[in-house]
Design a protein around this ligand. Structure first.
Ligand code: NAP
Length: 264
């Protein structure tokens, strides 16, 4: 019997790691990608031992174009049948545009935009061979909004959401679903866990644990949903965004964002 795999980028920690664990629980074989020395080897051993699944791992920097080609080459030379592709790796940031270095801006665009786009392009033939198949792109609620100090991040996530929606229409004929997940706050890094505690009540209520969001994301992909905003409060915030006048939204977002120090 043929074996099928799920490829997850940014699988070493945070949301990607939570999804790797969730897929392993569902007995799906995995290909995990993250930067070198990020604990992928240990995670692979853990998943193989505890869930009896096959796991490959690849240490690649997704801000380097060559990495996309070497990942595709690895998949092809190991005869890996991809059923699902999860583009999760992403670089978050907070800071005035003036203060962002050109190297940082380029890196963020490469990881958040170029990597998912090129990986889909290079792995599409493989996914088509194994259809019905699915692509899960991890975008963000930030992609719907105009947020000061998050301008490049918001732009990259708007791209990913829009690209995914258009691509999904195109790939329907090939029996490949494209699902976009747009989380609000997730308690992933220790910095985010701290920030998510000092925000206002409503934002605090909207934050999800990566484990809960992972279940929602995978279910959305397996049920071929096109776009999902995880969590009840986040869904309400999306409705509020349509109803509130611009000046109130500006006041509220500035109040929240000014609570945090800049990070790059
Ligand atoms: N956390 C949130 O509040 C939130 C909200 C909405 C959307 N999201 C989205 O969810 C996704 C995951 O976020 P997260 O909070 O889990 O982030 P995270 O904890 O910082 O994890 C990011 C993952 O991406 C990998 N990565 C980063 N740069 C890379 C590069 N150049 N090459 C290869 N891998 C790289 C990291 O690998 P290393 O371990 O090797 O660094 C890590 O596995 C992102 O796309 C993010 O935009 C997050």
């Amino acid at each position: 019997m043929e074996k099928f795999y799920v490829l997850i980028t940014g699988a070493s920690k945070g949301f990607g790691r939570a999804m790797a664990l969730e897929f392993a629980k569902l007995k799906m074989n995995l290909v995990l990608i993250a930067l070198p020395d990020s604990g992928l080897k240990e995670l692979s051993v853990f998943l193989k031992k505890n869930f009896n699944v096959e796991v490959f791992y690849l240490e690649k920097d997704l801000s380097i174009t060559e990495s996309y080609y070497s990942i595709a080459e690895f998949i092809s030379s190991n005869n890996i049948n991809l059923k699902y592709l999860v583009n999760n790796a992403g670089i978050l940031s907070r800071g005035y545009f003036d203060d962002l270095s050109d190297q940082f801006i380029l890196k963020q665009i490469k990881v958040n935009v170029t990597a998912p786009t090129l990986l889909i392009s290079l792995l599409l033939k493989n996914l088509k061979t194994n259809a019905p198949a699915g692509i899960l792109n991890i975008s963000s609620m930030a992609g719907f909004f105009a947020l000061p100090k998050k301008q490049v991040y918001c732009g990259t996530k708007s791209y990913l959401t829009s690209f995914s929606k258009s691509l999904g229409k195109e790939l329907k004929k090939d029996n490949i679903s494209v699902t976009t997940i747009c989380p609000g706050g997730l308690n992933t890094t220790s910095r985010l866990c701290y920030q998510n505690r000092i925000v206002g009540w409503l934002t605090r209520e909207s934050v999800l644990n990566p484990e809960d969001a992972a279940k929602i994301a995978i279910n959305a992909m397996l049920t071929k949903q096109r776009i999902t905003v995880p969590g009840f409060v986040n869904k309400c915030l999306m409705v509020l965004d349509k109803l509130l006048p611009e000046f109130i939204k500006d006041y509220l977002t500035n109040r929240e964002l000014n609570k945090f120090p800049a990070t790059q």
